[in-house]
Design a protein around this ligand. Structure first.
Ligand code: AKG
Ligand code: FE2
Length: 294
């Protein structure tokens, strides 16, 4: 039987972010060499796209498990999850592109679950049904955004940590959460495999830079978020078809689910567990406590 990934090719979308992967059937049992090639494409391009796939929930979670443990969402009531950890996001926004008055899930620049002590390594999203038009997902490189600042500013940021918490997370009710609601992480994370430095803050979770007062913290965070959100050269935008798969490195990108559609969009989502983020010189939130400057 031919190997389901023997003819795998990686086509970068730009030198900065995103690549399309062809020649692999994700529903098949893939050998270690193919998984290693996918993993290395993910680390290099930060988000990778597959096309024309056919994934049952069991196959999708089996695929995720080749890259790490499946991560159950710690906030109960986010979305019903299968025992395997897969959720089905079924969304039809109204003509104002909102669902029950709230923004479409993920329609802001963000990382997933940064409030956790060990935020997800990545997320695998599979399109079961796509809207007639709209509903793209955008991705922005946190490494490119970091690199674009001056050396002096970067080295100052390298020594900072931030408090990330679930506060403000919209669960539609009182959030019951397994594990801590908040974690302190370095503002700049170093990828242990590539050595790449990248921002590790996200407006939906990051409350404050611990070493700064609230006004300073807001100004610095806004500057970082603005750089991530407003530079198309650090971004790519994915147009979904039925059977498309996006696999993003949640440590390396912000993503934005554009909520501009009014017909059904059904996505299957699995998160992969990650490790505690480490910063420059091994800086870790656990080493600095969780107090913030008043
Ligand atoms: O629906 C999408 O395109 C992505 C939504 C999102 O933010 C997520 O699944 O983490
Ligand atoms: Fe997300």
């Amino acid at each position: 039987m031919p190997d389901a990934g023997a003819s795998l090719t990686v086509s970068p979308r730009s030198p900065i972010i995103g690549a399309d992967i062809h020649g692999v059937d994700l529903s098949a049992e893939l050998d270690d060499g193919v998984i290693a090639a996918i993993r290395s494409a993910l680390l290099k391009h930060n988000v990778i796209f597959f096309h024309g796939q056919s994934l049952t929930p069991a196959r999708q979670t089996a695929l995720a498990r080749r890259f790490g443990e499946v991560l159950h969402h710690p906030a109960r009531g986010f979305y019903p999850e299968s025992d395997d950890g897969l959720i089905v996001m079924d969304q039809i926004p109204d003509e104002t592109f909102r669902i029950n008055g709230k923004k479409v899930i993920g329609s802001n620049w963000h990382m997933d679950n940064l409030f956790m002590e060990t935020p997800p390594l990545g997320t695998i999203l599979y399109a079961e049904r796509v809207p007639d038009s709209g509903g793209d997902t955008c991705f922005a490189s946190l490494g490119a955004a970091y690199d674009s600042f001056s050396p002096a500013f970067r080295s100052w940021l390298d020594g900072l940590t931030a408090l990330n918490s679930l506060a403000g997370f919209q669960t539609g009710g009182t959030a019951e959460v397994d594990g801590p609601h908040a974690s302190v992480h370095p503002v700049v994370r170093v990828d242990p495999e590539t050595g790449r430095r990248m921002f590790n803050v996200s407006s939906n979770w990051t409350q404050q830079i611990c070493e700064l007062d609230p006004i300073e913290s807001k100004a610095v965070l806004d500057l970082i978020y603005q750089r991530i959100a407003t530079r198309p050269d650090f971004q790519c935008r994915f147009k979904w078809r039925e059977g498309s798969v996006a696999f993003w490195d949640n440590r390396a990108v912000h993503h934005y689910a554009v909520g501009d559609y009014t017909s059904q969009r059904t996505m299957h989502r699995v998160m992969i567990a990650g490790e505690r983020p480490r910063g420059v010189g091994g800086l870790a939130g656990a080493d600095v406590g969780s107090t913030v400057a008043a």
